[in-house]
Design a protein around this ligand. Structure first.
Ligand SMILES: [Zn+2]
Length: 312
């Protein structure tokens, strides 16, 4: 099996969400994810020559300058995706009316600010459910990319200990056993009653994992250049489609950008931007040379036009 297509996404989580994850006072949170991270990713994508998707949180449009920035994303040829209204990590547990509002209002607000269609959905923290998926469909999305069947990620997001475990897996995880994952790891149509099984519902593009290594910015930073390239090569051989995921903060750092030192609890924020950028550029260049890098809204539309088409 050999990946023929790939897609690249950036979750634009503003810094306040990192303060929340780590239980810190978010009074010191700045708009650096949007003000610094987003433009750096746009520059990187322009340099490599690819179009990507920026999954945005609608409430961030209230921060100064972000309404202009989301338009700039669209003008550069990128897609805007829905990362909900307020980025509630409890999306699967809040009352149905609130859940629907998070999904539907997120999309509506982002569309009106971006002045472009918003058809893709990614749930905060990758927590999805049959109910979430039903709301994603009902509110007009054409695809979902909330599925991330990767055990190291779940430990990593718990904090530093998890991140260390991710690093500890560095060498063996490339050759590791991938069967820990219950959900399909190539794109699939989800079952209506279970987003983690195949069925007749919405197209799902899982964030790619190969040999236990997730193709996300945090992992690339932890693995460094050689490890990241090896992980990508494994994924290219194993997967039908590659979905790479970054976060806007992946291209900022505490020292380079004068951020609150408390954010050092997120260890990759201590890695210099230049080093991270070099690794990301290498990964994306390989992806561009080996696959057709395409926006997920485009791939979802192609898929809809040819329902029988297989991901191969
Ligand atoms: Zn997020």
């Amino acid at each position: 099996m050999r990946a023929k297509t790939s897609s690249v996404g950036v979750d634009v989580d503003s810094l306040r969400h990192y303060y929340r994850i780590h239980g810190l006072d978010e009074a010191n949170a700045t708009n650096a994810a949007w003000r610094v991270g987003v433009p750096r990713f746009m520059q990187l994508f322009a340099a490599v020559g690819i179009k990507a998707t920026f999954y945005c949180i609608a409430e961030d449009l209230d921060l100064p300058g972000n309404a202009e920035r989301i338009k700039a994303i669209v003008e550069a040829g990128h897609e805007v995706g829905n990362h909900t209204w307020h980025h509630s990590y409890a999306l699967t547990r809040i009352p149905a009316s609130e859940r629907r509002a998070e999904i539907a209002m997120g999309r509506r607000l982002l569309e009106s600010a971006a002045e472009a269609p918003v058809v893709g959905f990614r749930a905060p923290g990758y927590n999805t459910s049959a109910e979430v998926m039903a709301d994603v469909v009902a509110s007009g999305h054409t695809y979902d990319t909330s599925v991330f069947p990767c055990v190291p990620y779940y430990t990593a997001k718990a904090g530093v200990m998890g991140w260390m475990r991710l690093r500890g897996r560095q060498s063996r995880s490339i050759l590791g056993d991938p069967t820990v994952l219950a959900a399909p790891r190539d794109p699939y149509r989800a079952a209506v009653d279970d987003p983690h099984r195949k069925g007749d519902g919405l197209d799902v593009f899982p964030v790619s994992v190969a040999g236990g290594v997730p193709l996300i910015g945090t992992a690339f930073t932890a693995l460094g250049m050689a490890g990241s390239v090896a992980a990508l090569q494994a994924a290219l051989a194993l997967r039908r489609h590659i979905t790479v995921e970054f976060h806007a903060v992946d291209l900022i750092s505490i020292r380079d950008d004068g951020l609150d030192p408390m954010l050092g609890v997120q260890p990759d924020l201590k890695t210099p931007v230049a080093s991270k950028r070099r690794t990301f550029a290498r990964v994306l260049s390989i992806l561009r040379n080996r696959t057709r890098v395409e926006r997920l809204d485009v791939l979802a539309a192609e898929r809809a036009a040819r329902p029988g088409r297989r991901w191969s």
